[in-house]
Design a protein around this ligand. Structure first.
Ligand code: PMP
Length: 360
């Protein structure tokens, strides 16, 4: 009875962990392989000092803000650190949209949390679906001028792996220059670093860039993300963020990941993943009826197979977890694989090969 009207019908985000939580606890010997959440396969071993835990942490720790600002090539005042990029999405919606009144624009198929965050805040959602080649439909987008406060563009896009052409983003920024913030979600940008927009803040007052340590930095478990924007936008976001969003251990580990050594490790891991991605892609196309879909500018591969459900079931029965994307707009029969370690990718290819052999 007390539930907010907008939450009554809301379907929560199906996180990779939530979907298969039970599979984690089974007693058999088989080790589950998680290739369904675009995480990094590389483990890390950071140390934390616990003698500070009796104190509240710094709200925006300079030991994290300063090295990330240097890494992204922005001023430290143009940066906000939050609990993952997901919290950045929610803060933007809470700070720049009025509940029950305003709208955001999304371009599906794309990352699900823009819509879910909007729904939880009782904000309307307008859609300008991507073209069939997954480029932006600029004509459709432009019709939403003065109807939306935020435009979400994901590049490289999850789950299509496509990067949006610079000229397209430029047109969107210019079209909405006085009326909406354009949020470029760069969660996967380290896999396509030449396409970053972080250096364009001076030119576009309405540009916002989202980043994370969850993907290339191999720290999905840390929950640490960044919002890059002009000072005024950051100032407003600081009004809505929780008083102590960055737990002390998170800040300590993020600072180490952003050290010179940490950055070098990240870059080496990104090139290893790029190499693995190419190998995986080459092998996949020779199997069964697999057709690659979209592009591979991030750390995952999207493909279509008529036997989507049977293949998923087969992989799950072998504790190999990939992501079903078939409910997304125009992605019928599509599955998404996160590039894993060499051993994990081989295991996956072995299973897919035997699936198609068995199914004829
Ligand atoms: N944006 C995109 C496009 C993503 O794919 C994800 C993670 N799946 C996020 C944002 C959220 O990242 P974080 O772990 O930093 O909350």
């Amino acid at each position: 009875k007390l539930v907010c009207e907008n939450l009554k019908t809301l379907v929560p985000y199906e996180s990779a962990r939530r979907l298969f939580a039970a599979s984690d606890n089974t007693q058999d010997e088989q080790v589950p392989v998680w290739l369904n959440a675009n995480e990094s396969p590389y483990a890390n071993d950071f140390a934390v000092k616990s003698d500070l835990f009796n104190r509240y942490p710094d709200c925006q720790p300079s030991a994290v803000i300063n090295p990330y600002a240097a890494y992204a090539g922005v001023n430290h005042k143009q940066l906000l650190v939050s609990r993952g990029a997901d919290e950045g999405i929610e803060l933007l919606i809470r700070a720049f949209c009025t509940s029950g009144q305003d709208n955001i624009l999304i371009c599906p198929p794309t990352y699900g949390m823009y819509a879910i965050s909007a729904e939880t805040c009782n904000i309307g959602i307008h859609k300008a679906p991507l073209n069939t080649d997954f480029s932006l439909d600029l004509e459709a987008i432009k019709t939403f001028k003065d109807k939306v406060n935020l435009v979400f563009i994901c590049s490289p896009n999850n789950p299509t792996g496509t990067s949006v052409a610079a000229e397209q983003i430029e047109q969107v920024l210019n079209h909405f220059i006085d009326s909406a913030l354009v949020v470029v979600d760069e969660a996967y940008i380290e896999f396509d670093i030449d396409n970053t927009w972080a250096s364009q803040l001076a030119k576009y007052p309405n540009l916002v860039v989202l980043r994370t340590l969850s993907k290339a930095f191999a720290l999905a478990g840390l929950r640490c993300g960044f919002t890059i924007a002009n000072e005024e936008v950051i100032h407003t976001l600081l009004k809505v963020i929780a008083p102590y969003p960055m737990p002390e251990p998170v800040a300590q580990i993020a600072a180490q990941a952003l050290s010179e050594k940490g950055l070098l490790t990240m870059q080496q891991q990104v090139s290893a993943i790029q190499t693995e991605k190419d190998l995986l892609k080459k092998s996949l196309v020779s199997l069964g009826d697999i057709k690659l879909v979209g592009d591979d500018n991030a750390n995952f591969i999207l493909f279509r197979t008529a036997q989507k459900q049977a293949l998923m079931n087969y992989l799950v029965s072998h504790k190999m977890f990939i992501r079903d994307q078939s409910k997304q707009l125009n992605l019928a029969n599509c599955l998404r694989i996160t590039v894993g370690s060499s051993a994990q990718n081989q295991q996956l290819l072995g299973l897919i090969t035997s699936f198609y052999q068995q199914s004829g």
